[in-house]
Every structure is written in structure tokens, then in C-alpha cells.
Design a protein around this ligand. Structure first.
Ligand code: NAD
Length: 284
């Protein structure tokens, strides 16, 4: 099956980046959101991002214009009726994602692949809500999508070899590096990253070192672009806590127990950059 028309459901942080990379790679993209303001903001963000690429001479002005004209925003999910692939990027709620996938299952052609950008929900569970579990797959893009090279391609229990091969090849067409991963809690990226962030929070709570020292040790000692506490603030402490909870519940293993300091910070509304306060202060 040749993929020409791609649907993106949810035009937020991830959805607008996903729409951009597909449009740049030559696909016709239909972006759906329930909120016109989010759609308008997504189109503006994509335009700014494409302009930046032109300024950096990584894209010609003609390529920018062509990519922009391939993106079609809409409030109507039914407009995805001709899409051979849909990537769902609505908020992280099992109920919402299930509802969207059920609708897509009736709207899209029977051969269409339904992908989800979920960070933590079981692909296997999402797939069972459709009549095509062999064509449901995880495409876990990283934030910011136009810059980050990785796509974790997550196979649910019923995902077919053909679906997986199509998505691996397509991800390469997007200029990304896909890695095939089985459907277990946290997949690979978060399973390895979140315990590191959690351990950094424990180290801070126990007074092993200051936040700056913990971040500097990890940055310079393990050659990471930013330390774990800075990264946690960037991701959102509520998001980190939620993913740790998914792994704790999923594996029933105490090694994933969330650090009480992390829990307390989330309880107090200190969620990181987005609230102006996390492990660091961003209010200024
Ligand atoms: P977001 O809140 O920025 O965007 C979600 C968008 O979905 C919003 O514009 C909202 O209006 C829209 N939406 C809500 N209900 C809808 C519906 N019924 N139909 C169509 N649109 C609807 O969220 P995000 O950060 O882009 O996250 C989206 C998904 O990507 C989540 O599953 C998240 O776990 C995953 N993810 C996020 C990141 C990240 O760093 N933000 C990284 C990897 C994966």
C-alpha cells in the first residue's frame, strides 16, 4: 500500500511537529483538532519552524512553500476518510485515545494503518478497541519532533510484520531513525530515562548533592546535553510521575516507585518549566 495521505489527530505540541515532518517529506497532511485556536497556533508554529529552516539554509524557500501547502487543518475527523495512515497525538488518556481510534476505525479505509504517539499507554490495549489490531502501532516521536531523530516504533501483540515494516520504512523517509520496540510499560526511552530522573530526585531528597551538582555530574560525567533534573523540568514533573506510575503498576516492581520528593512537587503544582517552578525557578 502506498501512503500518500496522512492524518494527524491533535494539533498540540507533538501533533504540529508530526504534521510538519510529514509535509516536509512530501505527504499530504490533514491535521484535526477540536479547538480552532489550537489549529491556528499549530499552523503558525509550523510556518515559523519552516522559516527557521530556510534561514539556516536547510530548506529552500520553494520547499518551505510546498510543505506549507500540503498541510490541511480541519475540525472534522471525517475528513480523514482517504488517509492510508493516521497518527493520533491527542492528550494521554486511555479513554480519549480509545474513543478516537474507534472512530478512525470506521472512518478510514480498511487497509489504513492507525498509529499512536502515546508515551505510556499499551499499544496492545489500544489495538483491541479496533477491528484491525494488526494495523495498530506505536509511533513514539520525541519532542521537538522536527529536531529529534528518534521514532520508537512499538509493536502491539497483534501488530503484523507488514505494518511494522511499512512504518519503519516510512519513518526513514521522514529522515528519522526508527527503532523497533516491543509493547512493555515505558517502551525503551522512558523505561531507561525515568528511573534516572527518579534516582536524581532521590539523590536530591537525600541531600547527596545540590540540584546543580547532580545535573553537572550527569551532564559532564555521562556526556548528556542536560542534567536529569533540568530535563525533568523540561518534560514536566507530572508527566514524569505519570510514566513512573505506569511502570510501577505495569511491572509491580518497587524499583519504579516514584521518589516522594517528586510526588510532593507535583502535589504542590511545581511541574517544571510550564508552571515557572520545578527543580529550578523559571519565573524570571
Ligand atoms: P497537547 O496537549 O500539546 O496536544 C493535544 C492536542 O489534542 C490539543 O491541541 C487538543 O486540543 C487536541 N485534542 C484533544 N481532544 C481531541 C479530540 N477529541 N480530537 C482532536 N484533537 C483533540 O499534547 P502533546 O504534548 O502534543 O501530547 C500528545 C501525545 O503525545 C500524548 O499521548 C503524549 O503522551 C505524547 N507525547 C508527548 C511528548 C511531549 O514531550 N509533549 C513526547 C512524546 C509523546
Amino acid at each position: 500500500m502506498q501512503i500518500v495521505n496522512v492524518g494527524v489527530v491533535g494539533a498540540g505540541t507533538m501533533g504540529n511537529g508530526i504534521a510538519q515532518v510529514f509535509a516536509q517529506a512530501g505527504y499530504t497532511v490533514h491535521v484535526v483538532d477540536t479547538d480552532q485556536a489550537r489549529l491556528d497556533a499549530a499552523i503558525a508554529t509550523i510556518a515559523k519552524s519552516l522559516d527557521r529552516l530556510v534561514r539556516k539554509e536547510r530548506l529552500s524557500a520553494a520547499e518551505r512553500d510546498a510543505a506549507a501547502t500540503r498541510i490541511h487543518p480541519t475540525l472534522d475527523l471525517n475528513e480523514l476518510g482517504k488517509c492510508e495512515l493516521v497518527v493520533e497525538a491527542v492528550p494521554e488518556s486511555l479513554e480519549l485515545k480509545t474513543q478516537i481510534l474507534r472512530k478512525l476505525d470506521t472512518i478510514c479505509p480498511p487497509e489504513a494503518i492507525l498509529a499512536t504517539n502515546t508515551s505510556s499507554i499499551s499499544i496492545t490495549k489500544l489495538a483491541t478497541t479496533t477491528q484491525r489490531p494488526d494495523k495498530v502501532i506505536g509511533m513514539h516521536f520525541m519532542n521537538p519532533v522536527p529536531i529529534m531523530k528518534l521514532v520508537e516504533v512499538i509493536r502491539g501483540m497483534a501488530t503484523s510484520n507488514a505494518t511494522c515494516a511499512t512504518i519503519m520504512e516510512l519513518s526513514e523517509n521522514l529522515g528519522k531513525v526508527p527503532c523497533e520496540v516491543s509493547d512493555y510499560p515505558g517502551f525503551v526511552a522512558n523505561r531507561v530515562l525515568m528511573p534516572m530522573i527518579n534516582e536524581a530526585a532521590f539523590a536530591l531528597m537525600e541531600g547527596v548533592a545540590t540540584r546543580e551538582a547532580i545535573d553537572t555530574v550527569m551532564k559532564l560525567g555521562t556526556n548528556q546535553p542536560m542534567g536529569p533534573l533540568t530535563l525533568a523540568d523540561f518534560i514536566g514533573l507530572d508527566v514524569c510521575l505519570h510514566i513512573l506510575g505506569v511502570m510501577y503498576d505495569g511491572f509491580k516492581d518497587p524499583k519504579y516507585r516514584p521518589c516522594p520528593l517528586l510526588v510532593k512537587m507535583v502535589d504542590s503544582g511545581r511541574l517544571g518549566r510550564k508552571t515557572g517552578q520545578g527543580f529550578y525557578d523559571y519565573s524570571k
